[in-house]
Design a protein. Structure first.
Length: 387
C-alpha cells in the first residue's frame, strides 16, 4: 500500500512548476498562502517573462523569436528537474499557465500527479474581446482560443480570481458549470500594511484640496477616460487628481488631455511597487476600475485589494465580482455604475464635503484577503477536486 504524500490533508505535497511570472503579486501570494496553511510546496520554475510587464503587448517577430528561443532552452531544463523531484500529489501552474500545461501534462500524469491551473486571465478574452488587439476572425485569435480551449481541459482543477470570472469563462469556452474554481487575488500584507490613521478632507491639506489617486496599467477595463471626464466635471472644485501608469490606452488619454488640459491632474508614468504604499497613504481617495466591459464586471484587480488592505477610502465600479468581496453599504467604499463619469464625480464631491468614517467591517474584510486566507481558498479548490 502506498504511503500518503506529506502535506495538507487531502492535498499532499505541491510542486509549483513552469514559467509563471513571479514579478506579479498573484503567484507570490498563492505560494505564500499555501505555505502559511502548512502545505509543502516545491518550486521548479524559471523566469521566462523577465522584463515583460504586459504580455499582450509583445510585438514584432524579433521579440517573439527571442521569447521562443528562451522557451526552447527553458522547458527541457524544467522537465529534467521535475523528473527528479520527490513524490507529490499536485502540480500547480501559475499565470501565465497555458503554454506550460502542454509541456508538463504527460510527465505529471506519468508521476500520478494532478494539475491545478491558475487560468487567472484568459489570453483570448484579453487580446480579442477586451483590448480588441485583433478581431475574433483573425488567425491569431483562433489559435489563442484553440490553445486555451484545450489547455484548460487538460487541467484537473482550473481556477480564476472571482466566481463571476469563473462562470464567464465556463460560458465562453463551453466548460461544465461549476468546473472552474475561484481564488481571490489577495494582497501582500507586508507591502500594503494599514497606513497611518485616516484623516480625510481638504481641510487637512496645505493646498486645501482633496487628493484622488488612480494607479495601474492603462488598459480598457480600467476606464481611464471615465476618470478624465470626472476630473473635467470637477474642474473648479478643490480636488487634485493623480494618475500613475502607462499602457495601451496611454496615447488616447494623452490626446484627450492635450485637447483639453486639466491643471488639477498630474500624470506619472510609473511608481515602483515598493513605493505604492506611500502613494496610497498620501491620497484621500483611491480609485479602482470603471470600464463597462464584461471582463471589467467579472474581475477585482490588484489595486482594489491593495487599497482595501491599506485602509483607504475606495471608489470603484459596481459589478458582480466586487459584490463577492464588499458590501454595498460600507461607509468608506463607494460603488458607482460603470463608465459613469458623473456618478464618479458625485462620489468624490460627497466625500469632499463629508469625509467617510472608517467602516468597522474593514478588519474582517482585510483578514479575508491576506495570503493565509488566499491559500485556504486554493486548498478548498484542490480538495474539491481530489481523486
Amino acid at each position: 500500500m502506498s504511503q500518503p504524500t506529506p502535506g495538507a490533508p487531502g492535498v499532499g505535497r505541491i510542486v509549483l512548476w513552469g514559467t509563471c511570472d513571479v514579478g506579479k503579486p498573484r503567484v507570490r501570494i498563492l505560494l505564500r498562502g499555501l505555505r502559511e496553511c502548512g502545505v509543502e510546496v516545491i518550486e521548479c520554475r524559471a523566469d521566462l517573462w523577465s522584463g515583460i510587464e504586459d504580455k499582450s503587448q509583445v510585438r514584432g517577430a524579433g521579440a517573439w523569436l527571442r521569447l521562443a528561443l528562451r522557451a526552447a532552452w527553458t522547458y527541457p531544463m524544467l522537465v529534467a528537474r521535475y523528473l527528479r523531484l520527490p513524490r507529490h500529489d499536485w502540480v500547480l501552474l501559475g499565470y501565465p499557465c497555458i503554454p506550460d500545461i502542454f509541456v508538463i501534462c504527460l510527465f505529471a500524469r506519468l508521476r500520478g500527479a494532478r494539475i491545478a491551473l491558475d487560468w487567472f486571465l484568459s489570453a483570448y478574452d484579453t487580446v480579442v474581446m477586451d483590448r480588441a488587439l485583433v478581431g475574433p476572425r483573425h488567425p491569431l485569435a483562433w489559435m489563442i482560443r484553440s490553445a486555451e480551449w484545450l489547455g484548460v481541459r487538460l487541467a484537473d482543477a482550473p481556477f480564476m480570481d472571482t466566481r463571476a470570472h469563473a462562470r464567464r469563462m465556463e460560458r465562453m469556452f463551453g466548460l461544465a458549470a461549476g468546473s472552474c474554481g475561484h481564488v481571490w487575488v489577495g494582497v501582500e500584507e507586508d507591502a500594503f500594511a494599514t497606513v497611518a490613521p485616516f484623516k480625510p478632507g481638504a481641510d487637512e491639506r496645505e493646498d486645501g484640496r482633496l487628493h484622488v489617486l488612480f494607479y495601474g496599467q492603462f488598459i480598457p477595463l480600467h476606464g481611464i477616460a471615465t476618470i478624465i471626464e470626472a476630473a473635467r466635471i470637477l474642474r473648479g472644485a478643490p480636488v487634485a487628481w493623480t494618475l500613475v501608469g502607462k499602457g495601451q490606452e496611454a496615447p488616447r488619454i494623452r490626446v484627450m488631455l492635450d485637447a483639453d488640459p486639466l491643471p488639477t491632474l498630474r500624470w506619472v508614468d510609473w511608481i515602483d511597487y515598493a513605493d505604492l504604499r506611500q502613494e496610497i497613504a498620501a491620497a484621500d481617495i483611491c480609485l479602482g476600475i470603471f470600464g463597462a466591459s464584461d471582463k471589467a464586471a467579472s474581475v477585482i484587480p490588484n489595486k482594489v485589494f491593495q487599497v482595501l488592505a491599506a485602509g483607504r477610502p475606495l471608489i470603484t465600479r459596481d459589478s458582480p465580482a466586487i459584490r463577492e468581496l464588499v458590501e454595498q453599504d460600507m461607509l468608506d467604499i463607494a460603488l458607482v455604475p460603470p463608465g459613469d463619469a458623473r456618478a464618479l464625480a458625485n462620489a468624490v464631491m460627497r466625500w469632499q464635503r463629508q469625509p467617510p468614517m472608517p467602516d468597522p467591517r474593514r478588519d474582517k474584510l482585510r483578514a479575508g484577503i491576506l495570503p493565509h486566507a488566499i491559500g485556504a481558498q486554493l486548498l478548498d479548490v484542490l480538495q474539491g477536486h481530489r481523486a
